[in-house]
Structure formats: structure tokens, C-alpha cells
Ligand binder design. Structure first.
Ligand code: 1CP
Length: 384
């Protein structure tokens, strides 16, 4: 176990009692916390204005800009967390992989990784050599952001090895990630090496964010839903566990005055040591929820395809859930959206705790005033 430094927002007590952190730790809050995947980005006019003339990955590596973009949706919507503005391919770029993000398309790689030799070329960069200097711009952006956020937690994130491999093997976005799924069977040894390398690079990126001040971390395995449970368990889950192991050891102590709403341990005068909460999310992963929890996550993100009560049942009713408003509903008439959000909140009661989110990212054409209204609705809602 490794203690976070005393100035970290969790260790210093600024975010340890927040609705978000407590919900991820399974303690139901009177007010359900809410944030949105892709809350920073093209739905916000202030984002589009700031990004003019700056390429996506340059924006991610400019600490002042990345920090400002992260803060924009927190100021505007009053959400319960910031999600660090970056991208899942940023650590690959920092590890020397030639990648760019093309507007309207997504990550595109100069060289696709298709063979064992291609994997060996990646391995010429030893992930263990990626030190503080590699992630200096990331750590600086996180520090700038958490200084502004005060007692609102920042969520750090990284891409899970499979989702990153889905881009690396294809060389860019793909529909069914078929080349990646072929490689895992055609050359399981090369596949395992690719997954281990990616896990360590992504894990180092996640660790840099948490050490610099993030109060929770989310692993995005966005495309894991294209896998069968058997393939996930055999060829993917070990690497996702490996990615999370880079932050699993990070702990802090909750120091609350007895009787001030502190934990049982604190009230009994015992040290209350907790780990930084880890969330695991994927799209179309209804069949994988249990396996995705088992890799070492504290909470599981659920997309909009299965209701939260069913997701909670599949997780044995013991795992905090996050989700799962259908992004398509954001453009529906307010009464339709409102009824849907209330339904999600009610179903979320089946889990020990619930963080309201979308089932996937905010669509770029979303009217941002609708998101603010959803936040107000969630914050005003109470379990009957
Ligand atoms: O120029 C632009 O504005 C490009 C659009 C954009 C943005 C705003 C991309 C390209 N990435 C991002 C930021 C981003 N990416 C965040 C920011 C923080 C926030 O949520 O507010 C996050 C968490 C990501 C993570 C990410 N990138 C994921 C996982 C989450 C998810 O949406 O499933 C994935 C799959 C990517 C790849 C990616 N990057 C960008 C695009 C358009 C894509 C998807 C491409 C595809 O469809 O395959």
C-alpha cells in the first residue's frame, strides 16, 4: 500500500467526504451525485471557442488549456465531478506511438500493430521507463485543475487494454474491432504481449493523474462489448486487472472528528484507510458486468442497454453502479427525458449506491442547457 501525499485532495480531506467518492465506496448519499461522460467537449460553445486553431492532442498536452476545458462543464452544470480532459490515446503518444486525432473521426495511427514483430517494435519502449517527466504535462494539468476544483473531486481516466488494442491493431476506429479479435486467437502470445504493454502504459497514465490529485479513476473499456464472455475472461480481463494494479495500491486515511458523520472506523478511533475508488465502464457489456467488476474495480459503469436494477442483480446487489441515461433521450421533449431520468434514479436504488451518468458520452449536438436541467433534477430528487 502507498499513501497519497498529505496535500492530495483525498488525504487532505477536501474530497474524501464528497457524494461522488462516498457513492463509489458503496455509501448511499441522500443526494445522488451526477456527472456526464464527455461533459467536456463539443456540446459546449466555450469549448469550441477555446479549441479553435489547436489540434486535439496539442490541447490535451497544454496544461492550462486541458485544465480550463476540464473546469468548463463543472462551472456551467454544477456536476459532482470533473473528468480530466484528455484522451485514451494520450499515453500511447507519450510512449512514442505515432498517433493523431482526426476531427470527426477519432484516433488514427501511422502504423497499425498487426503482427508479433509490430508488438516487438512497441516493446522497444519499456513502460517502466515512462517516469514523471513523461507525464509532466498531465500532472501539471491535474494540479492546476484540482487547485480550482476545491472540494469537487476530479476523476482521472485511462483506456483499458482491449479498447486501445482495438485502435492499435486496426490503425484507427473500426466497427466490430474484428482485426483485434482475430489477433487474439491467431497469435495469442503476441496478443498477450500487446495487452501487457498497453496495460502498463495506460496504468502509468492513470497513476500519474491520481498521484497529482485525481480523487477517483475510471477505466474505459468502451469496446469490450464486442467480446464474448469467454474471450473477455481469457484474453482481456488479466490485462485490465494489470492496468488497474497500477493504482490499486494507492490509499489515504479518512480523518474525521467522531460524531461528525464519520465512518464507523473513525468513530471507534481506528484508522479508516481507504483506496482511491476505481470505476470500470464499457458499452454493450451487459454480459460482462460481473467479470468487469472482478478485475479489481470498486464501481461499475453501465451503458443504456440494460436497466440499472437488472445490472445490479447481475452484480449480486453489492456493487455501486454508475449510469445510465440513454444519450438519445437528451434531445427528446423534457417530460420524456424527465420521466426517463426518474426511472433511472428509481432503478439505481437496487444497488448499494448510484452515481447518475449517461449510458455513453454526451452527443456533440446536445443542447447544454438540457444537461444543466438534468443535474438540477437529480440533485432535487430524493428516494421516496
Ligand atoms: O476535436 C475534438 O473535439 C475531438 C473529440 C474528442 C474529445 C472531446 C476526442 C476524440 N476525444 C475527446 C476527449 C475525451 N476522450 C475525453 C474527455 C473528457 C470528458 O469525458 O469530458 C474522454 C474521457 C475520452 C476517452 C475516449 N476517447 C474514449 C473512451 C470513452 C468513450 O467515449 O467511449 C474513446 C473510445 C476515445 C477514442 C476517441 N477519441 C476521440 C474520438 C472521436 C474517439 C472515438 C472514436 C471511435 O468512434 O472509435
Amino acid at each position: 500500500m502507498t499513501s497519497l501525499h498529505s496535500g492530495h485532495p483525498l488525504a487532505a480531506g477536501r474530497t474524501a467526504g464528497s457524494r461522488l467518492v462516498r457513492s463509489y465506496q458503496g455509501e448511499r448519499q441522500e443526494v445522488t451525485p451526477v456527472w456526464f461522460m464527455r461533459q467536456a467537449g463539443r456540446s459546449l460553445p466555450e469549448y469550441r471557442e477555446l479549441r479553435v486553431g489547436t489540434r486535439m492532442l496539442d490541447a490535451c498536452l497544454d496544461p492550462a488549456m486541458a485544465s480550463e476545458i476540464t473546469l468548463q462543464p463543472v462551472r456551467r452544470h454544477g456536476v459532482d465531478a470533473g473528468i480530466f480532459f484528455s484522451d485514451i490515446v494520450v499515453p500511447l503518444k507519450l510512449a512514442g506511438v505515432a498517433v493523431e486525432i482526426q476531427p470527426g473521426k477519432g484516433p488514427v495511427f501511422e502504423h497499425a500493430v498487426r503482427t508479433a514483430d509490430d508488438v516487438s517494435r512497441l516493446e522497444e519502449t519499456d513502460p517502466a521507463s515512462l517516469g514523471d517527466d513523461t507525464f509532466a504535462a498531465i500532472a501539471e494539468a491535474v494540479r492546476l485543475t484540482t487547485a480550482e476544483l476545491g472540494d469537487t473531486p476530479l476523476i482521472g481516466f485511462a483506456g483499458a487494454p482491449f479498447t486501445l488494442a482495438a485502435y492499435l491493431v486496426e490503425g484507427g476506429p473500426s466497427k466490430d474491432h474484428i482485426r483485434a479479435r482475430t489477433l487474439m486467437h491467431a497469435d495469442p502470445e503476441a496478443w498477450a504481449r500487446l495487452m501487457a504493454w498497453t496495460a502498463d502504459v495506460s496504468g502509468a497514465f492513470l497513476r500519474a493523474q491520481v498521484l497529482a490529485g485525481a480523487s477517483a479513476a475510471q477505466l474505459f473499456d468502451s469496446w469490450a462489448g464486442s467480446l464474448s464472455l469467454a474471450d473477455y475472461a481469457e484474453h482481456v480481463a488479466p490485462a485490465s486487472a494489470r492496468a488497474l494494479s497500477h493504482v490499486r495500491d494507492l490509499t489515504y486515511e479518512v480523518a474525521e472528528a467522531p460524531g461528525a458523520g464519520g465512518s464507523e472506523a473513525a468513530e471507534a478511533g481506528e484508522p479508516d484507510t481507504r483506496n482511491v475508488p476505481l470505476v470500470h465502464f464499457g458499452v454493450g457489456t451487459g454480459e460482462l458486468l460481473k467479470a468487469m467488476h472482478d478485475v479489481g474495480a470498486d464501481a461499475v459503469g453501465v451503458d443504456y442497454r440494460i436497466p440499472l436494477d437488472e445490472a445490479s442483480r447481475r452484480l449480486g446487489h453489492v456493487v455501486p453502479v454508475q449510469g445510465n441515461v440513454d444519450p438519445a433521450m437528451l434531445d427528446a421533449p423534457w417530460p420524456v427525458l424527465e420521466a426517463h431520468v426518474r426511472d433511472v434514479l428509481r432503478r439505481g436504488l437496487e444497488a448499494p449506491a448510484h452515481v447518475l451518468n449517461l449510458g455513453h458520452g454526451v452527443p456533440p449536438e446536445t443542447d447544454p442547457t438540457v444537461l444543466t436541467r438534468v443535474v438540477e433534477l437529480v440533485h432535487a430528487w430524493r428516494a421516496a
